[in-house]
Design a protein around this ligand. Structure first.
Ligand code: HEC
Length: 177
């Protein structure tokens, strides 16, 4: 159920980002530089638009063929509901008259990245028919589902992917939610 999952911000991390590379020679008028400030807390608290985020796909070791196949499978089967790039529709947080929520984004701006690969696979295989997510078991092969998941992961901004990898993928989920 997505409604209870309004928290789409990443869990707090203890690690700090690596220091920026050495700067160009200081101008003659240089004053003691102010401490490097992180992004505004309010901005840091919300997940920024994925399209603006850098993506180091090579570091993720996602096979390019798999991304490509996954995209094709996605476009054919999932894009009509979840949006061509997994962005969903702007009103996805607003339930329809029947109380159902529209399909959520899968691009790292919502909740999909809170699930391990294994959980994502189960969610896609079994769907959530009561909530409008079809079950894909028997309609897509395991390979197709695996590839779609790889493609979905390729959409996530680096920040989201890194936290997902550390906090979710490498940790057993106590309960699916
Ligand atoms: C008919 C519309 C529809 C289609 C087609 C569809 N989905 Fe969904 N999907 C939904 C809805 C609605 C939900 C939210 C279900 C819920 O609230 O439990 C959802 C949820 C999900 C989630 C969980 C997201 C989260 O935030 O936890 C994943 C992952 C997902 N879909 C992947 C896919 C993939 C991959 C495909 C294509 C193979 C697909 N969906 C096709 C409607 C659709």
């Amino acid at each position: 159920m997505i409604a209870s999952c309004g928290e789409s911000k990443p869990p707090a991390t203890t690690s700090t980002p690596p220091a920026p590379p050495a700067e160009a020679p200081a101008l003659p008028t240089a004053e003691p530089s102010p401490p490097v400030t992180e992004a505004e807390p309010s901005a840091a608290a919300s997940v920024p638009a994925p399209a603006e985020q850098p993506k180091n796909l090579a570091a993720r070791k996602l096979a390019p063929e798999s991304i490509e196949r996954g995209q094709a499978t996605y476009t054919k089967n999932c894009a009509s509901c979840h949006g061509p790039n997994g962005e969903a529709t702007p009103g996805w947080r607003i339930p329809a008259a029947d109380g159902r929520y529209p399909p959520p984004p899968l691009d790292g701006s919502a909740h999909a990245w809170h699930h391990s690969t294994e959980t994502l696979e189960t969610m896609i295989r079994l769907g959530s028919p009561g909530a409008g997510m079809p079950a894909w078991d028997g309609k897509l092969t395991k390979q197709e589902i695996d590839d779609v998941i790889v493609w979905i992961k390729s959409l996530w901004p680096d920040e989201v992917y890194d936290i997902w990898y550390k906090e979710i993928e490498n940790k057993p989920e106590p309960k699916p939610n």
